[in-house]
Structures are given as structure tokens and as C-alpha cells.
Design a protein around this ligand. Structure first.
Ligand SMILES: [Zn+2]
Length: 286
């Protein structure tokens, strides 16, 4: 029963995230006007706005002008419903031994900020700062609340750990990006060539990593960034080999950081570390 209500709330939040991910980068108001068909301009009736169900019932077309409604809308609503349910099924360890209701709502808040960031990065190749800042503030607030629940001794260690993680993650990614720019300049200067600096890793990624640090702590964000790098590199190699990406064509890295953050939130860094050891052992045994 609890899972069904979570799926319904998650789908409704997903419906709002669709609006945010479309309107925010286009500098449109998030609240006014209400949902309308971009083709014929008619207002969407409330019963045609029900997540997933309405799209299926309308056969993916506007009730008035029959223009097709992208499948992305119900897909994001269903995805958000699934993510909210996964928040209830997981046993997160990032906030210490807090009650499970706390982990559930903290996880739901975290994933509801990650999802619009991923959607905007996929479409526009940038991570808007207000969302990263909101996620960072929510992460720090959740840690403070967890620290209060845990009591002074455990709580102060947790808070210090998460604040350091946010700062280190920001610094690490900024330094990493600067490091490559410097290397490219040195190569250009010594070999007298004109390699353009890589655009792949932006400062938005560093801000998203800082947000992850506030939620996951030092061990957690280190593991999340490791997952992001491995999955991002795999994706890059596979897409390049299959011809979907051209040489040096940048692709958004934010979604991989978000996958890392959510993966570590759900299973904890120790579980991932264990999987990682099994993988290495199997590769060594081959
Ligand atoms: Zn229409």
C-alpha cells in the first residue's frame, strides 16, 4: 500500500519535473500559464494531466488537435515513480543509523532534484546552478537533521564528514578540469600545435559533485565519482566504437555523476566496493 502511494506521488512529482526541465532552461515561468498544448495552444484539462494514464488513454495525442505528445513525458513520470519506490526499498547508509522514514523522505528529495538536472543536462549540455545549489542546501539540511536525530557525538562527526565531502568533491573536479586544460596548453606550447581544450568536463559537474558530497559523505562521494568515471568511460568507448559519437564530440557527464550518487545512496559505498573487488578478482582469474 505504501509503495503504491509512493509510486503515485512520484509520478505526480515526475509530471512537475517534466514542466521544470522544459521551461527552466527556456526561462519560462514554472507556474503560469498552466499546461497547454504547444501545437494548438489549448489548455490541458485536469483529467488529461494525470501522469502516465492520461497519455495512454489519449494514445499519445492532444485531445484537440491530435498533435503527438512525446513519449518522454509519460516515461519521465514512470521513471520518477520507480525512483520513489526504489527510495523506499533501499537501505541507505549515508546518513548513519537514522530511522527508515527519514531515509525514505531524504532519498525522495534527493532523487527529485537529481532527475531535472539529468534531463536538462541531456538536452542542453549544462547543469543549471540554482538546481545544484538547491541540492547542496537540501543535502546539508538533511545531514543537519540526521545529526540532530543521532545525537551530538555521532551527529557532529557525520556533519563534519559531509561538509568536507562537499568541499573536496568541488575542489577535486575543478582541479581535474584545470589539470587537463594546463596539460593541453603545455602540449600546444611545446609541440606548437593547436589542440582545442576539452569541453566535456564543465564546472557544473563540479557543483553536482559537491551536492553529492553533502548527501553521501567522503567515502560515498568517492565511490559515486568512481562509478561515474567507469560508466562514463564505458559509454564513451562504446558510443565511439559504434559510431554514435564522433571523435572528441563532448557528451554530458552529469547523468553519470547522478547515477553514481543514486547508486551509492541506495546500496551504500561498501556494497559497491565489494562488487568492485569481485569484478577485479574475476578479471584477474581470467
Ligand atoms: Zn493540441
Amino acid at each position: 500500500m505504501q509503495l503504491i502511494s509512493l509510486a503515485i506521488i512520484g509520478a505526480c512529482i515526475g509530471s512537475f519535473i517534466n514542466v521544470v526541465a522544459w521551461r527552466f532552461p527556456r526561462k519560462e515561468s514554472l507556474i503560469w500559464p498552466g499546461s497547454h498544448c504547444p501545437c494548438c495552444g489549448s489548455d490541458v484539462r485536469w483529467y488529461d494531466n494525470l501522469p502516465v494514464v492520461a497519455w495512454l488513454q489519449l494514445g499519445g495525442r492532444c485531445r484537440d488537435c491530435k498533435a503527438s505528445i512525446p513519449v518522454r513525458y509519460p516515461a519521465v513520470e514512470a521513471l520518477c515513480a520507480g525512483l520513489w519506490v526504489s527510495a523506499a526499498l533501499a537501505a541507505p547508509t549515508s546518513m548513519g543509523l537514522v530511522p527508515s522514514w527519514f531515509n525514505l523522505w531524504a532519498g525522495a528529495a534527493l532523487v527529485s532534484v537529481l532527475l531535472p538536472l539529468v534531463l536538462i543536462d541531456l538536452e542542453h549540455m549544462r547543469l543549471p546552478e540554482p538546481f545544484c545549489r538547491l541540492g547542496l542546501l537540501l543535502g546539508i539540511s538533511a545531514t543537519v537533521a540526521a545529526a540532530l536525530l543521532l545525537g551530538w557525538q555521532q551527529g557532529s562527526t557525520l556533519l563534519l564528514n559531509h561538509l568536507l565531502a562537499a568541499a573536496f568533491a568541488l575542489l577535486a573536479l575543478e582541479l581535474f578540469a584545470t589539470f587537463w586544460q594546463v596539460i593541453i596548453r603545455i602540449i600546444n606550447w611545446t609541440a606548437r600545435c593547436q589542440i582545442k581544450p576539452l569541453k566535456g568536463l564543465g564546472t557544473g559537474d563540479a557543483k553536482l559533485a559537491a551536492m553529492g558530497g553533502a548527501w553521501l559523505g567522503l567515502k560515498g562521494i568517492a565511490m559515486a565519482l568512481a562509478i561515474a568515471n567507469v560508466s562514463g568511460a564505458l559509454f564513451g568507448v562504446i558510443s565511439f566504437a559504434s559510431g554514435r559519437l564522433k571523435w572528441r564530440q563532448p557528451f554530458p557527464f552529469g547523468p553519470f555523476i547522478a547515477i553514481g550518487i543514486w547508486g551509492v545512496w541506495l546500496c551504500g559505498p561498501d556494497w559497491w566496493w565489494y562488487q568492485w573487488q569481485i569484478l577485479i578478482r574475476n578479471l584477474m582469474g581470467l
